[in-house]
Ligand binder design. Structure first.
Ligand code: ATP
Ligand code: MG
Length: 343
């Protein structure tokens, strides 16, 4: 396959269907060795399905993919030896302690008992879980569970790591902690493919970003490149009265570097304002005040995934329902599948 020499992950024309649903629709992707790719997309865009194809958990209907030069279908065992996966839904076994979870992960990767024990201790230390090591995981906080999950994916020292929405559902503090942990990881040269619904997260962690929608790549670039397509920062204002929405839009027009979007239900107006920073806010207050428009809320924000989406597709990110939570047995099966034939 082209690009195998320098790319740790290559996907070409991947199609995956589930009956009527086309989850992946001819997706191409390349991740250079030692780099971090952020795969950004809304609910149901195909992120998890792609991760499952690349980690050999499911087969593509069309197209091909390789990890470290090994085909994910025909050389699945070789791929599994080289990868780690922390899935969207935690594979942590609640009834086992932190230590036992890691030891079990090691055994699934066919590490001998001593090596599995040593790795478990090392990882508990590294992820600051030593104090909680002998407590059942069911008492862990959300952040601790994510760290344990991440630790389990590293047991066999993978050169390519897949993290599917590693921080979704975490509070801001735990998210920051986990970002730090992930940054340390990639400093060692691990190739990382990370999925996320947050532009901010991809911005913080990824060297490059691929935006997908309906199983197709709709944009590629660095975070600043994607943000520049939105038109820099976004001014968000909520007017008190629906009747003022249109007047507010006209009043603020001189500040805009792109199209304003209105939401007649929430009376909210969003306007890309470039890189004026807080000056845009002061100007907006003045312009709205001149017109005597009452404002409930006014803020400058960095663009979100929704803003990028709007700029790229002309419509808001569709909100398909999230995949249902997996049961314990299904989780075990997946972890076992990821570990089986490893080594
Ligand atoms: N096992 C399955 N059976 C049927 N449909 C599926 C299955 N897995 C995924 N899909 C469908 O494929 C599409 C892509 O789903 P996928 O889980 O890959 O999206 P995602 O980007 O990971 O979404 P989320 O952000 O909610 O995790 C969705 O329409 C989903 O309903
Ligand atoms: Mg998913």
């Amino acid at each position: 396959m082209d690009g195998v020499d320098h790319a740790a992950i290559v996907a070409r024309g991947i199609v995956k269907r589930f009956e009527e649903t086309v989850a992946l629709d001819g997706l191409d992707l390349e991740v250079p060795r030692g780099s971090v790719l952020g795969l950004l997309g809304p609910n149901g865009s195909g992120k998890t399905t792609l991760v499952r194809v690349l980690t050999t958990l499911t087969r593509p209907d069309e197209g091909s993919a390789a990890v470290e030069g090994h085909d994910v279908v025909h050389q699945a065992a070789a791929v599994r030896r080289r990868i780690g996966l922390a899935g969207q839904f935690s594979a942590v076994d609640d009834h086992l302690t932190g230590y036992e979870n890691l030891e079990m992960a090691g055994r699934l990767y066919h590490l001998d008992r001593q090596t599995a024990a040593r790795r478990a201790h090392e990882l508990l230390e590294r992820f600051q879980l030593t104090d909680a090591a002998s407590r059942p995981a069911k008492g862990y906080s959300g952040g601790m569970r994510r760290r344990l999950d991440l630790a389990a994916s590293l047991v066999a020292q993978p050169s390519v790591l897949f993290l599917d929405e590693p921080t979704t559902g975490l509070d801001p503090r735990s998210r920051l902690d986990l970002w730090g942990v992930i940054r340390d990881l990639v400093r060692d040269g691990t190739t990382l493919l990370l999925t996320t619904q947050y532009l901010e997260e991809a911005d913080q962690l990824a060297d490059s970003i691929v935006v997908i929608d309906h199983g197709r790549v709709i944009a590629k670039g660095t975070a600043p490149e994607l943000k520049s397509r939105v038109g820099g920062d976004v001014l968000t204002g909520t007017v008190a009265s629906n009747a003022d929405l249109e007047r507010a839009r006209e009043a603020l027009a001189p500040l805009g570097v792109g199209e304003a979007q209105e939401d007649p239900v929430t009376n909210e107006l969003r306007l890309p304002v470039g890189s004026m920073g807080s000056r845009a806010l002061l100007e907006a207050v003045r312009l709205l005040d001149n017109e005597g428009i009452e404002v409930l809320d006014l803020a400058i924000n960095r663009p979100s995934l929704d803003d990028v989406f709007l700029a790229l597709t002309g419509h808001a990110a569709s909100n398909a329902p999230a995949t249902p939570q997996k049961g314990r047995r299904a989780k075990r099966r997946e972890r076992a599948a990821a570990g089986s034939e490893a080594r």
